[in-house]
Design a protein around this ligand. Structure first.
Ligand code: IPE
Ligand code: IPE
Ligand code: MG
Length: 241
């Protein structure tokens, strides 16, 4: 077992854009789904590294609202991977005291997958260890649009006074309403963009864009990134001495 690491000043909420599965597979002359399977196997190692590093919340981007634009084969393969992944990992999450949540627009996902997502959330509802949030059919703009619709309904029904709408109001309608904002957002695969991930929530997050493709991501890389975070100065617009 690794020695216990000093956790002072580490990020409490880390979000990861797990990118590069397709390129990883292509480099091996294999189909894209081979890369997605390899990528899914990396998640557990990162989840289990969190408790010792003071990370209470881990949010991972698994499928975006834009990923439906991919071929039917890839989309269907990913959906089947998600179903199998949740089914297979549920017990392990309970055993590791991991509380699982999903964010994203659920109605577009198939019924069987939705049922497994509900089950995973219920089964881990009592877990008090790390909070793992899986973004599935998630898009930041889509989330804000859905939140705004619910907010507008509350106004129309007289439950919310428009004069009371302030910076605290919208976050209460977001899928992430029970989560703190991410402190650190990591994106693998060398792309320096956020691709519609946690737009509102990451306003003041620190970012790490690394070249490693997601299936090559390891605990060691994760720990290094957490350490880099500790060396950063977050100013939130203020001037520090
Ligand atoms: C990330 O890997 C996983 C998903 C978006 C589902 P990609 O599939 O985007 O891999 P690249 O970017 O094509 O290498
Ligand atoms: C972002 O990766 C979405 C996920 C990792 C699930 P993409 O591969 O879809 O992003 P773009 O298309 O390169 O911006
Ligand atoms: Mg990609």
């Amino acid at each position: 077992m690794a020695a216990k690491t000093d956790t002072t000043g580490g990020p409490r909420h880390v979000a990861i854009i797990m990118d590069g599965n397709g390129r990883w597979a292509r480099a091996r002359g294999r189909p894209r789904l081979f890369g997605h399977h390899a990528g899914a196997r990396r998640v557990r190692e990162v989840v289990s590294a969190c408790p010792g590093m003071g990370v209470d919340y881990l949010t991972i981007f698994a499928f975006s609202t834009e990923n439906w634009k991919r071929t039917q084969t890839e989309v269907a393969g990913l959906m089947s991977l998600f179903r199998r992944y949740i089914y297979k990992e549920m017990q392990a999450f309970v055993a590791e005291n991991v509380r699982v949540r999903f964010i994203g627009d659920r109605p577009r996902l198939d019924e069987k997958l939705r049922a497994l997502m509900d089950e995973a959330e219920q089964m881990t509802g009592h877990c008090t260890g790390i909070n793992l949030t899986i973004a599935l059919n998630y898009g930041g703009r889509d989330e804000v649009a859905r939140a705004t619709k619910r907010l507008a309904r509350d106004v129309a029904a007289g439950r919310l006074d428009p004069e009371d709408v302030d910076l605290e109001t919208l976050p209460r309608y977001l899928d992430t309403h029970v989560l703190p904002d991410p402190d650190l957002v990591i994106r693998t695969s060398g792309e320096a963009r956020i691709s519609n991930f946690l737009l509102w929530q990451s306003a003041y997050a620190e970012y790490e864009f690394i070249d490693t493709l997601w299936p090559d991501f390891t605990r060691e890389i994760f720990v290094d990134l957490l350490r880099n975070y500790g060396a950063r100065e977050r100013r939130f617009g203020a001037v520090t001495a």
